[in-house]
Design a protein around this ligand. Structure first.
Ligand SMILES: NC(=O)C1=CN([C@@H]2O[C@H](COP(=O)(O)OP(=O)(O)OC[C@H]3O[C@@H](n4cnc5c(N)ncnc54)[C@H](OP(=O)(O)O)[C@@H]3O)[C@@H](O)[C@H]2O)C=CC1
Ligand SMILES: O=CC(=O)O
Length: 322
């Protein structure tokens, strides 16, 4: 009997390909860059399983041209890049990796918060450029984190893990979701707030809601105008939740103090992106879950999802429908 065929959209370590090769024939895109759409369509067309990442738009076009496809497993918790409606129509299951990356992404969110508050990259650049004159009373003064107010938009798994870290800094925590989460309030001491109230009162604003039509440009020019001039804005969710032009403007005009960003409207951003011309921006290349242990666990979980999908078994983490 011929083995099912799996297309993997990134180079993977041997332990992972060996595991999948016991049950499938693999086609691996051997570059650490997104598969161009034409290539994704062509290679998924032959596949029973698609092992993908956040960077490939798995569109209706991709899904409809893949008659054998049974399972799409993304190595990510966010699955906004996959057309769930088309997958459901074609009977293709979709899996993602919630939970396993929660603490690692919360660590990175907090690291960005601290770096943007205390201007760490900007200060380090001074040393690199040999421009460190002497201890200067008002050089690189930033915002205090201890005792400040944190506003979390999207108090889910990662939002709550960020709130727990904030507890160690004695922060007051406000959060905004579509629905109140009373258990999270009990666990973290966070207080539910309407969005405007959170924007107006928080010293630090972290977006951790998923990319959906509802969250598209949720943080726009009007939202930035409501924030404190000393506010630090952090986005580790998806670039689509923020109006980037409005963000550039808010940072340039001093409507907010600084921003820490792991995600962008279009990834990868080029070195000539306007955000990178601003000294009050800390920018990272979408590395929220990038610890060695977590990425290994995510890859392994994705491989398990592929095997479950190929065998018609229920998925450990099926992506919730629309
Ligand atoms: N930078 C990176 O590398 C990473 C980024 N991520 C991003 O983080 C996101 C969150 O992950 P995770 O915490 O596991 O997901 P969860 O589903 O656990 O949490 C998402 C939260 O967002 C809330 N939410 C949804 N829609 C809205 C809305 N319109 N307004 C306000 N809140 C909303 C939900 O609550 P409710 O339904 O009540 O509104 C929920 O509590 C992912 O979807 C992904 O985009 C995740 C991992 C790594
Ligand atoms: O952005 C990463 C994810 O897991 O979602």
């Amino acid at each position: 009997m011929t083995k099912p065929h799996v297309f993997i959209t990134r180079p993977m370590p041997h332990w992972l390909t060996e595991k999948l090769e016991q049950e499938a024939t693999l086609d691996v895109w051997n570059k650490n860059e997104a598969v161009p759409e034409e290539e994704l369509v062509r290679r998924t067309a032959e596949a029973d399983g698609l092992f993908c990442t956040v960077s490939e738009p798995v569109t209706r076009n991709v899904i409809e041209q893949a008659p054998r496809l049974k399972i799409i497993a993304t190595m990510a918790v966010g699955y906004n890049n996959i057309d769930l409606e088309a997958a459901e129509e074609k009977g293709v299951k979709v899996a993602h990796t919630p939970g396993v990356l929660t603490e690692t992404t919360a660590d990175l969110t907090f690291a960005l918060l601290m770096a943007a508050a205390r201007r760490l990259p900007e200060a380090m650049d001074t040393i690199r450029k040999n421009e460190w004159g002497s201890w200067a009373p008002f050089a690189f003064t930033g915002q205090d984190i201890y005792g400040a107010t944190l506003g979390i938009i999207g108090m889910g798994r990662i939002g709550e893990a960020v709130a727990k870290r904030a507890g160690g800094f004695d922060m007051n925590i406000l959060y905004h979701n579509r629905s109140r989460k009373r258990e999270a309030e009990e666990r973290t001491g966070a207080v539910y707030a309407e969005l405007d109230e959170l924007l107006e009162q928080a010293d630090f604003i972290c977006v951790l809601a998923p990319a959906t039509p509802e969250t598209e440009k949720l943080i726009n020019a009007e939202a930035f105008r409501k924030m404190k001039k000393t506010a630090v804005f952090i986005n580790t969710s998806r670039g689509t939740t923020v109006d980037e032009k409005a963000l550039v403007n808010a940072l340039r005009e001093g409507e907010i103090f600084s921003a820490g960003l792991d995600v962008f409207e279009n990834e990868p951003i080029g070195a000539d992106h306007p955000l990178l011309s601003l000294s009050n921006v800390v920018a990272l290349p979408h590395i929220g879950s990038a610890s060695e242990k977590t990425r290994r666990q995510m890859a392994d979980m994705t491989a398990d999802h592929i095997l479950q999908g190929l065998h018609g078994l229920s998925l450990t983490h099926e992506a919730p429908g629309k």
